[in-house]
Design a protein around this ligand. Sequence first.
Ligand SMILES: *Cc1c(COP(=O)(O)O)cnc(C)c1O
Length: 406
Amino acid sequence: MDTPFNPASTSAYDAVRPAPRALATEAVHAGREDLARQGLHAPPIDLSTTYPSYDSRAEAARIDAFAADGAELDGPPVYGRLGNPTVARFETALARLEGTESAVAFASGMAALSAVLLVRSALGLRHVVAVRPLYGCSDHLLTAGLLGSEVTWTDPAGIADALRPDTGLVMVESPANPTLAEVDLRAVAHACGSVPLLVDNTFATPVLQRPAGQGARLVLHSATKYLGGHGDVMAGVVACDEELAGRLRQVRFATGGVLHPLAGYLLLRGLSTLPVRVRAASATAAELVARLTADPRVARVHYPRIGGAMVSFEVHGDPHAVIGAVRLITPAVSLGSVDTLIQHPASISHRIVDAADRRGAGVGDRLLRMSVGLEDVDDLWSDLDQALDRGRTQAPDVKGLHEALN
Ligand SMILES: *Cc1c(COP(=O)(O)O)cnc(C)c1O
């Protein structure tokens, strides 16, 4: 059966898939190979929630097959929660960029992480070993045990010793949100032994780092950030082998955290400019890092060895005054958009983490996190420059600031 609308699962599609291509080429072609054959250029958006079928015996067999291994349905879709052709295009493309067999998309990054935890705990493997810092809500989900998991926090060197017979997952972020701390993914993957390693690759994107090639079995993205890239779509995705993808699809089907097809379309479009956006913003970020490092108003700059468009820095003055003073830069949580965003992690993105745990993870009260966009570097610097001046003049005495921040 010819099923051009389900690019991830058709053997016809595999037959036309060319040899491996460079990332920039995959970014604009992956998940779209069937379009020319259909006489299309832009991918169609399929908004159907259900699909007609006159052969209910065949449907029964396909649903049995999905229940067995969670493989994507062969042939026409059945129901939106079982899979959507537009979303499948994004999944195909992201898997290709991350170098994994499969990818499974969710309604948000947190829905994606929740599905991973549910897949593992359904096997009785409820223990998670994790390295701080993680994104604030990921930390919260694990620490609060909201899905019945139990977490052991450790540093990368302590992972092997922290593993237990019921450990179902090891989780790291690199570069980490918001300190941009990096871990040696190969060494961590080695320490995990047979326990799957999940790397949150939201900050690096596959343009800068492909964790699956370094031993991660699961690569998670808040696709809300760089993959979408324009601050107008919320999504999550897990890139992994087909065995785990099947389990994730089954959990997605049963728990309902599906991605909307319009979001799938926007993400596929976002991927096509991902390499260009990440490289351009990273070059601007590197220049801002140089200027911030040389600036006496700045105590410390955090920037990862692999580069990227995220910059964190600690100010001598009042971080809240800096946030209040930016005019071109948007004072907002989130990241990875075409415009530059700045926020105070201790107040927003990592507020939900206990203050002592937060500080212990290196998220200080004077730390600001900036997501560098595509604006001109001198325009960004002049905005930062005047905002840093405000931070300096409005800084209360050190004791007062300390009390204000506690
Ligand atoms: C934002 C973020 C998440 C959560 O993603 P949502 O799409 O907001 O649910 C997870 N990890 C990292 C590193 C993030 O920045």
